[in-house]
Design a protein around this ligand. Sequence first.
Ligand code: CUA
Length: 190
Amino acid sequence: MSTAAAAGEPDSHGTAIAAERRWAWVVIAIMALLVAMMIFTGLHWSAMPPSRVETVDVKTLHLKGEFVESNLGTSVGADGKVTVRLVAQQYSFEPQCIVVPAGMPVTFRGTSTDTIHGFVVGTTNANTMLIPAFVSTFTTTFPKTGEQLMPCHEYCGTGHEAMWARVQVLPAAEFMAKAKPGERLSCVPR
Ligand code: CUA
């Protein structure tokens, strides 16, 4: 051993530092790549981080306030803004069929009565979790008309895979012709 060291065995301490330094650069490159991907997907796909915390009382949700059954569905406000209100519960969404206009900003407001649910609308960027006692909200625009499936995408129990709704995206003019002030639109007959 001692003869090998004397004969110029590589400096193991120096080798370790060089290896650590190379590894540090690899990690920095990986982190830079991930941050770049987050920025790209955020801008390119209009990913929407939650903007604030809004709570609602689960115990009185069905009885009063914004999420009573008669207030669920799509409404057009006096200012022309389109809002969809929905409630998720094991194992369905209310309303079962949501109607929205194409090419106009649509704001979703939703919550859950029991456990964590979530939904994504077809291949659009409409995608959120629905959490008991919290109001999830986002605004998006549907560029294309047609019907989209809206499955629950958070595992919520044995009926999870059967939990889904539909979204009908109508031409804006057809939607506005159907929308009456103060009314809640959906594509399920009441
Ligand atoms: Cu609701 Cu999964």
